[in-house]
Design a protein around this ligand. Structure first.
Ligand code: GDP
Length: 327
């Protein structure tokens, strides 16, 4: 039975990846942070077969211990402080966790697998936020990185450190440059879930309006459940490499509002949406659109869920959640 260790087990990707690996017959270990982590129960309820280990990306000794206990064939580093807007307010913490945390995991894996550097296959969750002020359209693996937030800068550090460990020590370390990926499990601080939740509540008469930031930004949004499949495929290759994972389509926040409100029969949403500078960012990533050609040809990966279907799925799920909460 293959064994996997996942950091960031409490997030949307950690849950979907756990389900995928459990279905494939893996023994799955998840690293969970802190004392009385409020998400502990959620993980236990959603994926009861995952074995939880306590540890922190900023604590090398806890990572080494997690490796000794889980003895993994594959390590997926999904843990990060991942909300872009928050990263300006906590730039150093974000750098420590989202950036230097990657180095800690890589170093722990290197020390753990000293006798054979390819003993453990490593996946790093890199991000399209690394492209920031995009230098090429669409963005591919070779596109110059130009991050626009402390989060993006920290992800660039992790990305290059992953490549460096591959080149320096011969580790099987791959970096997935994943464009925005969403699901009903997405945290409500992200724009898709913020909108799907608000639209559901507006439809049910529980809320009057939604307060938003920049409506012109464009993102390449896919379904998280599809994207974890690409992560797994990367680690099944003979050689480690870097891959863009994206749909190849981009949509603005306005289009997101069109589709989300449309899903509950509201065609004109202008009366429900207010803009507030509070949600604007010091530097914005205006446009992201990925070229998933390499993932398609090398990994045989393709996204299955399209943009409208994704947004409708999220609104449906929030309607059900809000109705259940009201009962
Ligand atoms: P990101 O691409 O990782 O930053 O994902 P987000 O979902 O947080 O933001 C996506 C885009 O939506 C960014 O360009 C934001 O500026 C824009 N946006 C506009 N209004 C909002 C809002 O109210 N909340 C969030 N999170 N993003 C917003």
């Amino acid at each position: 039975m293959p064994r996997a260790l996942i950091t960031g087990i409490t997030g949307q990707d950690g849950l979907y990846l756990s389900e995928l690996l459990l279905a494939k017959g893996y023994e799955v270990y998840g690293l969970i942070r802190g004392q009385n982590n409020p998400k502990y129960e959620l993980v236990q309820r959603t994926v009861p077969d995952v074995k939880l280990l306590t540890g922190d990306l900023t604590d090398l000794s806890s990572l080494l211990r997690a490796l000794e206990v889980s003895q993994p064939d594959e390590v997926y580093n999904l843990g990060a402080i991942s909300f872009v807007a928050y990263s300006w307010e906590n730039a150093m913490l974000t750098s420590d966790v989202t950036g230097k945390g990657v180095l800690n995991v890589l170093e722990a894996v290197r020390l753990y697998s000293k006798d054979d550097p390819t003993k453990v296959r490593f996946y790093q969750a890199s991000s399209s936020e690394m492209f920031g002020k995009v230098q090429e359209v669409p963005q591919r693996e070779s596109t110059l990185l130009w991050p626009r937030s402390p989060y993006g800068v920290a992800k660039v550090f992790g990305h290059y450190m992953t490549i460096n460990y591959r080149e320096s020590y011969g580790m099987h370390a791959s970096s997935g440059i994943l464009f925005n990926h969403e699901s009903p499990r997405r945290g409500p601080e992200f724009v898709t879930r913020k909108v799907s939740q608000a639209v559901a509540r507006i439809k049910l008469g529980l809320q009057d309006e939604i307060v938003m930031g920049n409506l012109d930004a464009k993102r390449d949004w896919g379904f998280a459940g599809d994207y974890v499949e690409a992560m797994w495929r990367m680690l099944q290759q003979d050689t480690a490499d870097d891959y863009v994972v994206a749909t190849g389509e981009t949509h603005s926040i306005k289009e997101l509002l069109d589709v989300a409100f449309g899903a509950v029969g509201i065609e004109d949403w202008s009366g429900y949406v207010r803009q507030d500078p509070r949600f604007m960012r010091p530097a914005e990533v205006e446009l992201l659109i990925g070229d998933p050609e390499k993932a398609r040809t090398v990994l045989g990966w393709e996204p299955k869920v399209g943009f409208s279907e994704l947004v409708a799925m999220m609104v449906e799920s929030d309607l059900a959640e809000q109705r259940a909460a009201g009962r």
